[in-house]
Design a protein around this ligand. Sequence first.
Ligand SMILES: *Cc1c(COP(=O)(O)O)cnc(C)c1O
Length: 402
Amino acid sequence: MIDLAALPDSHGHFGPYGGMFVPETLMTALNELAAEYEAARRDPVFQAQLAKTLKDFAGRPTPLYYAERLTQQLGGAKIYLKREDLLHTGAHKINNALGQILLAQRMGKTRIIAETGAGQHGVATATVAARAGLECVIYMGAVDMERQALNVARMRFLGAKVVPVTAGQATLKEAINEAMRDWVTHVRHTHYILGSALGSHPYPMMVRDFHRVIGDEARSQILQIEGRLPDLLLACVGGGSNAIGLFWPFLNDESVRMIGIEAGGRGIRLGDHAARFQGGKLGVLQGTKTYLLADEDGQIQLTHSVSAGLDYAAIGPEHAYLRDLGRIGYDFATDDDALDAFQRLSQTEGIIPALESAHAIAGILKHAPTLSKDQILIANLSGRGDKDVAQAAEILLQNPRP
Ligand SMILES: *Cc1c(COP(=O)(O)O)cnc(C)c1O
């Protein structure tokens, strides 16, 4: 049997996926980053510093919350929510941003850049850069800046420069291109804090490692509360960082099923969704070989999701491999499913989820009733919905749901 916890190999391969598909000018920087990360990972001083910051600044550990009313309403599995929404800045993204900025400081970098989709990663990066006293530039698609105006204002209050990207679809993919272009030019003193389990090695591994704290905590919390492992884990999957963070510590527990929920958008027709495992194919995008949405000629397709944070054409390479192996299942929720779930969780549990996380909640609504009452489900509540209130209000007030 493959030891899933031993992946990737030293060149960043998860089976046939992953790797380092970048211009020559970035290879030195990526190799330096990989070497520095290997050293930091084994350095108890670095790990202690990270753990202390996660606790005192970000608010870890996050609770594992028993959603009693939702459990009763659905009549199936006992439902627990991992409350990443309670972290400082409102989503899981701060785990990775804190890890990477400590690494940047360790490497003597003085300037931080990042891309952002929904703005959550930009806010997390601007936050840790402010705390570290480092210059910070965030690249963001012009369309996303409009959808997520609140987060743009937050980044600017935090002292970051937000650069609008108008190329192509003017969303996350183009923002990543711009960030990579910046990095090539300023690589000597700049660290690029990539925001998901994507891109060239070592990012998918490093980002995963910085988020595994989610699954580590959830595992010990459920063992303490219930005295046993859960039967099913659910998480939404954009690039795949919150999902792999929750899933990873359970990968070698054969009894634990896992399902990642992708964005089904307006439905599974090319251009209307961002569910890479629904009609996607093998390709290379922005540093990594993985599943992506492309046409016959390999051109990257337009994507759509009501949630900016899930609106990306590629999925992290580790997910592609774990799907091939059958270890993780993948399903999707449409915009409508997610909006229903957004409202349902708000009114049943008093928790307004991020629209991204609402896809995981839609997964609960679908899968919990298929399980029995003595089974246990944990879903990752990756972020809070404050940033999405204006957008959801516009949609839901026009089309009220029962
Ligand atoms: C960014 C974001 C996501 C999607 O990113 P992953 O890397 O797939 O986790 C999910 N939920 C929230 C709240 C986010 O901000």
